[in-house]
Write a protein that binds this ligand. Structure first.
Ligand code: CA
Length: 236
């Protein structure tokens, strides 16, 4: 009986030890969580500041307006993004009329292809137009946004096809349509698109459009009043 009692005691002890080990594993796993929290903190420490955004390299990017204009607006945008369509069709003409035409503002566009293959197609086509017929770039850019369907699912819908590139280019008055179609099919401008991708990754751009005015990331980027306020402040 005594031996049996010892055996039960040993078994209970073993169970306690197993439970203790299990608890230690659980707690050590909890500890494992904290390094990732630390890495989040480290990421936060790397959050881009105005000084960083001022250094965005806009060389080779399409620009609307006088390069000497005192205020610089950088848009990270995507032809497949509905909010970018709104920015391009509703806000951009107002800013052009009020600031760009008066020499106060210049606007850059950096491809930020967030919506898969068709975003890449649009970016390649636009880069080709920029490189080969730069005076047609903004007509092509605006016509592409105008061609984006007004549906809530335009980011997923298939519409930015080679056929669409062709009709948009014709509408924009691009002369070398055949060259553009071949280049788009071959992704001949992918290096430039990759340069843009590297830019939005470097600056941790996570939404489109992201609008930066003289280094300041604008939080209400679709609010014309807010944008005007920021441009007025940057002019001074
Ligand atoms: Ca570009």
């Amino acid at each position: 009986m005594k031996n049996r009692g010892n055996m039960i005691f040993a078994m209970v002890l073993a169970l306690i030890v197993i439970a203790a080990i299990a608890l230690m594993v659980v707690f050590s796993q909890k500890d494992d969580v904290s390094p990732s929290n630390d890495s989040t903190a480290a990421t936060n420490a790397n959050v881009k500041t105005s000084d960083d955004y001022k250094k965005i390299d806009t060389k080779g990017q399409p620009v609307l307006g006088d390069k000497e204009a005192p205020v610089t607006l950088v848009e990270f945008g995507d032809f497949k993004c509905p909010a970018c369509k709104y920015f391009d069709m509703d806000i951009q003409p107002k800013l052009v009329k009020k600031y760009v035409d008066k020499g106060d503002l210049k606007m850059y566009f950096i491809n930020t292809p967030f919506h898969g293959g068709e975003s890449i197609t649009g970016a390649n086509a636009a880069e080709y137009v920029l490189a080969n017929e730069p005076d047609k770039y903004w007509d092509f850019h605006n016509a592409m946004f105008a061609a984006q369907p007004n549906t809530k699912t335009s980011t997923e819908d298939k519409w930015l096809t080679i056929g669409k590139v062709k009709s948009v280019a014709q509408e924009a008055g691009v002369k070398d349509i055949d060259g553009l179609i071949k280049a788009t099919k071959d992704s001949s401008e992918q290096k430039k698109v990759n340069k843009d991708i590297k830019l939005f990754q470097t600056y941790q751009i996570n939404e489109t459009p992201t609008i930066i005015i003289n280094g300041k990331k604008i939080s209400n980027q679709l609010d014309i009043k807010q944008l005007e306020k920021e441009i007025e402040a940057a002019k001074k």
